[in-house]
Design a protein around this ligand. Sequence first.
Ligand SMILES: [Zn+2]
Length: 337
Amino acid sequence: MFKIFSAINKTMMNPLRTILILLVFIASCMTEGYSQSADSSKSAKRISVTIDDLPLNIALRVSTEEMKSIVEKLISKIRTEGIPVVGFVNENKLEVNGKLDLQRVNILKTWLDSGIELGNHTYSHKSANGVPVSEYEQDIIQGERTIKNLMADRGMNLRYFRHPFLMTGRSIEVTNEIAEFLHQHNYTIAPVTIDNSEWIFSVAFDKAKRINDTTLMKRIGQEYIGYMKSKIQYFEHQSDKLFMRQINQILLIHSNRLNSEYFNILCTMIKDQGYRFITLDEALKDPAYSSSDTYTGKGGISWLDRWAITQSKTKEFFADEPRTPLYIMQLANVDSE
Ligand SMILES: [Zn+2]
């Protein structure tokens, strides 16, 4: 580039040549800018977005009309981003008074029609740690009755499963038994690395909406984005410590009113952190996901934490994890994360 500057100085007397060289200079800058952005996309950190509790987290507490309006808003924001998303369904949220509701099924279809792949999140959001294995397996089978057909209609296979509460079983035996069951039913378990308490912000946000406090809703929304940013930075740090590199991350958020308002702002923040959005399939190709995992504790935690616990990391390894602000917890009436 400096060579071009000196050439311009020498040819100042010839305006035509000067213009020509300037054009070459501009073209060179543009090429350089392009190659820089191509390089940065190559080295960008990668993340897959997964959304749980479809069609809507509070489906059992709202009318079908309200559910439709919140879900449509969220889906339109996902479409604007044009990023790959997998959404995990609880089929009991498709029912009204214990019967499958066709309007709700149509709402679920809009996810598929928008290019969002669906996965099984059990029928009624039971915990693998809280019920007998047979009951949990029954909840898995009951959770695929509608979505399997909807996907087959579109030539798609139902292939992903997400454990509710990220709990996989109280013992290695139980965890292995469920994993084998899932494998036999052609499911791939969808882990989460960027786990977070977005659900608490969501409860607080719904409460602010109920009391019609738009100032509070805005405050919670802004707090949510800042909190998620700190969580992402925390798990990047954990990835560095555990793998000496940035693994393909998998983010968990929920289908809720909060994201129907803030999904685009959330995605912009993630992009500003240097991320490129990838499919879940691509994320899982990272060898990190073959790491040994023998965790059977009570908490539903990030797979980064599970791998770290399996490697007997001490308490210091998990220090400085961002917490949900107390006023958000109080608004949501939640005692612990
Ligand atoms: Zn869930």
